[in-house]
Design a protein around this ligand. Structure first.
Ligand SMILES: [Zn+2]
Length: 405
C-alpha cells in the first residue's frame, strides 16, 4: 500500500523536475517533458494541470507544422508573480522588483542610516509598496522577499549569525521583515545569493559545478557543487577573502591579520594605490582612467593583485574542481590589466587545466541575486512559496504573526 506521504513527496519531486527542465531548456510539450525526465505521460499531465491551475506555467500556441498539428508547448509563466530583492550594503540598499526570471521591472536605491536591525526592517518593509507601485503591476502577486548581505547566515536563511561589516550577531532579519510585510522572506550571504542568480538564469545556467568569485569591498567565493550551493556546516563556506595572504600582515575587518582581502579587494587595491600616489581622493573611476592611459604604477599594482588572486584561486580550484569560475564585483570593471594576470596565475598553479573565468559585466546582478532567493524557492522547493496578493500589502506596516519560511 502506498502511503499518502510518499505520494506527496513524489509529486513534489516531479514538480521540481518539470519546473527546472522548463527553466533550463525553455518551452516543451508534455510528451517531451515525459521523455526527457523519464516520467509517465500521465504523471506529467497530472503535475502540469496543477501548475496551470496555480498560474505558475502557461500553455503556448500550437505552431502548425508540415506534418500537421504540433503538440502544445508548456512554459513557466514568469509574469505570474513579482519577487522583491534587497542587497544590503554598509550605507545603502539596492532594491529591485523582478519577474520570476529575475528580470528587473523596478529598481531604486535607498540610503541606510545606521544598522539598528528594527530600523533596517522598517526601512525595507516601507520600500516594498513603493517598489510594487514603481513596477506598475497592481494585479501581480508578490511571491516573497529576498535579502542579501555580507555575513554568515543560518541554514534556515532567517538570521544573520555574524556580520563584521554590520556588527551584527544573531539578528533575525528575515523574521523582522516578514512580521511587517506578511510574505515569505529569505536572507542569504550576498555572494551566495549572487551565485544562485548565476545558477538559475546567468552564466552558470548549464553548469553543475562552479565557483562564483566576488571582488568588491571584500573577497568571497560561493561554490555550487553538484548543482547545489555549498553553505558548509555553519553557513560560513566561501569566506575566501579571509584565507592567509601574509603572515602578521595588514589588519582585516575580521580582526585577524594578513587576510587576502586586506590587500586585494577592490577597496584594498584603491587604498594601496592612494598610498603609492599620495592622493587620498582617488577612486575607482580614476584608477580605471589611469589603467587606460597606461600609468605604470596603476598597472603594476592591479597586475600584482590579479596575480595574487589567481594564485589563491588556483588553490581553491585544486580542491573543488569547478567547470567555470564566474567573476563579479566592482574589481571586474578593471578589465584586462587585472584579469589577464589573474588568469595567467590561475593557469600556472592549477593542477590540471584551469577552468574558464567568465566576468559578469551586468550592473544589476547583485540585487537580482537577492530576488533570486525567492525564485529559487519556487523552482527548487516543495511548495510554491506562499504567494500573496499585492492588494494585501496595504497592511504592510502593521505587525503580524507571519514568519519566514
Ligand atoms: Zn579577515
Amino acid at each position: 500500500m502506498k502511503l499518502k506521504g510518499d505520494q506527496t513527496t513524489a509529486r513534489a519531486m516531479n514538480r521540481r523536475l518539470i519546473l527546472n527542465l522548463l527553466r533550463r531548456e525553455g518551452p516543451r510539450s508534455r510528451a517531451d517533458i515525459a521523455t526527457v525526465i523519464g516520467l509517465s505521460p500521465a504523471a506529467v499531465t497530472f503535475v502540469v494541470a496543477d501548475l496551470l491551475e496555480e498560474g505558475i506555467v502557461s500553455e503556448g500556441k500550437t505552431v502548425p507544422g508540415l506534418t500537421g498539428r504540433r503538440p502544445i508547448p508548456v512554459d513557466i509563466n514568469y509574469e505570474h508573480a513579482l519577487a522583491v530583492g534587497f542587497k544590503l550594503m554598509v550605507d545603502s540598499v539596492e532594491c529591485v522588483a523582478t519577474d520570476l526570471a529575475t528580470n528587473p521591472v523596478a529598481a531604486m536605491r535607498v540610503s541606510l542610516d545606521g544598522h539598528d536591525p528594527h530600523k533596517v526592517a522598517d526601512l525595507l518593509a516601507s520600500t516594498v509598496p513603493e517598489l510594487v507601485k514603481l513596477a506598475g503591476r497592481p494585479d501581480a502577486k508578490l511571491a516573497g522577499i529576498g535579502i542579501s548581505m555580507p555575513g554568515v547566515i543560518n541554514h534556515e536563511q532567517t538570521a544573520c549569525v555574524r556580520s563584521y561589516r554590520f556588527k551584527w550577531d544573531n539578528v533575525p532579519l528575515a523574521s523582522l521583515v516578514a512580521t511587517r510585510v506578511h510574505v515569505p522572506v529569505w536572507l542569504e550571504d550576498d555572494t551566495n545569493a549572487y551565485a544562485i542568480a548565476q545558477q538559475l538564469f546567468g552564466l552558470g545556467r548549464q553548469h553543475r559545478n562552479m565557483a562564483v568569485l566576488a571582488i568588491g569591498v571584500g573577497i568571497s567565493c560561493a561554490l555550487v557543487i553538484d548543482g547545489k550551493l555549498y553553505r558548509g556546516a555553519n553557513g560560513a563556506a566561501g569566506k575566501f577573502g579571509h584565507t592567509l595572504y601574509e603572515e602578521n600582515g595588514r589588519l582585516c575587518e575580521c580582526g585577524k591579520r594578513g587576510c587576502l582581502m586586506a590587500y586585494h579587494s577592490q577597496i584594498s587595491m584603491l587604498r594601496r594605490w592612494r598610498e603609492a600616489t599620495g592622493h587620498e581622493e582617488l577612486g575607482l573611476p580614476e584608477l580605471s582612467g589611469a589603467l587606460a592611459s597606461g600609468d605604470a604604477t596603476a598597472l603594476a599594482l592591479v597586475a600584482d593583485s590579479g596575480r595574487a588572486l589567481g594564485t589563491a584561486l588556483a588553490n581553491l580550484v585544486n580542491i573543488t574542481d569547478p567547470e567555470v569560475i564566474v567573476a563579479g564585483g566592482e574589481a571586474v570593471s578593471l578589465g584586462d590589466p587585472f584579469l589577464t594576470p589573474l588568469r595567467e596565475a590561475l593557469a600556472a598553479r592549477t593542477f590540471r587545466t584551469a577552468p574558464p573565468l567568465l566576468p559578469d559585466w551586468e550592473d544589476n546582478s547583485w540585487a537580482r541575486g537577492a530576488a533570486a532567493l525567492v525564485t529559487q524557492k519556487i523552482f527548487d522547493f516543495e511548495s510554491s512559496g506562499g504567494i500573496t496578493d499585492i492588494a494585501s500589502l496595504a497592511s504592510v506596516m502593521t505587525a503580524g504573526s507571519s514568519s519566514a519560511a
